[in-house]
Design a protein around this ligand. Sequence first.
Ligand code: CP
Ligand code: NVA
Length: 304
Amino acid sequence: MAKRHVISLFDLTSEEIRQVFKISAELKSEFLRGVRRPSLNGHVLGLLFEKPSLRTRVSFEAAITHLGGNSMFLGADVGWGSREPVPDFARVISQYVDVVVCRAKTHERVEELAENATCSVINGLTDVAHPCQALTDLFTLQEIAGSLDTARLAYVGDANNVACSLAVASAKLGVPFSIAHPNGYGFQHAFLDRVMEAAPGFELLQTEDPIEAVVDATAVYTDVWASMGQEDERVRRGEAFADYQVNDRIMASAKSDASFLHCLPARRGEEVTPEVIDGPQSAVIQQAENRMHVQKGLLQWLLG
Ligand code: CP
Ligand code: NVA
């Protein structure tokens, strides 16, 4: 069977996402009982990162180790796209590893890697998608809500890589999704067309009013206003997003037991107040923990 890639969540069917969640839940439960099954014994994971990372890098390294495999972090000196062209790099690294997790400055670079690789490629974040994050977030929402059948996810902030992947994950799993963003910071039309084509009937609300977005939400999500690579825009974005901070007032408009979610790292005092992210409704550490369990499920599903 041809190797599967996960470059965006458009690459997975709803059923496949549910399968990954099922495996992830089993592996998480086993892990919490102290069981580490070497089901991927001898498998090798390469980590190719052009941007910094704590969660993605370390959770993948821990995940493959718990499953009996090994990982290798590949720094800039491996020279993909600089020392040699990406297609050559992809064809060569495929001889050594079973799967590459790649975090790149541009989405096209990960696509080019995947097009030329004969090993699996997983997107570990690009400018337009963060599929492993969103998979984990919907898994976490399922844990929190007990089921996704009645869950509603609200996102307040920039329609960035994380928001795009959350929208696709929600669409695939039938979870109503709302987003509040300032004018000019929403989803691109082509992306929305693709989402609606992938999941006709998807309940999506786009608004400039954060209160409207969070009404009846099971979870309220936000992310930084300036992502990695947008540091020069930080001041302008700070002004544009000033009314989009997730604070007690916004949380009070969601369901009374709504959770607060954030992919991390966070900027307290900007997109979220310390009271919310460090308060009782915050599930951000559970999210971060679940990165490892869900990526184990994904690796097991891809390679097992
Ligand atoms: N949420 C997330 O992907 O974190 P890192 O950038 O630390 O990997
Ligand atoms: N949107 C953020 C997510 C970091 C995990 C970024 O791209 O920097």
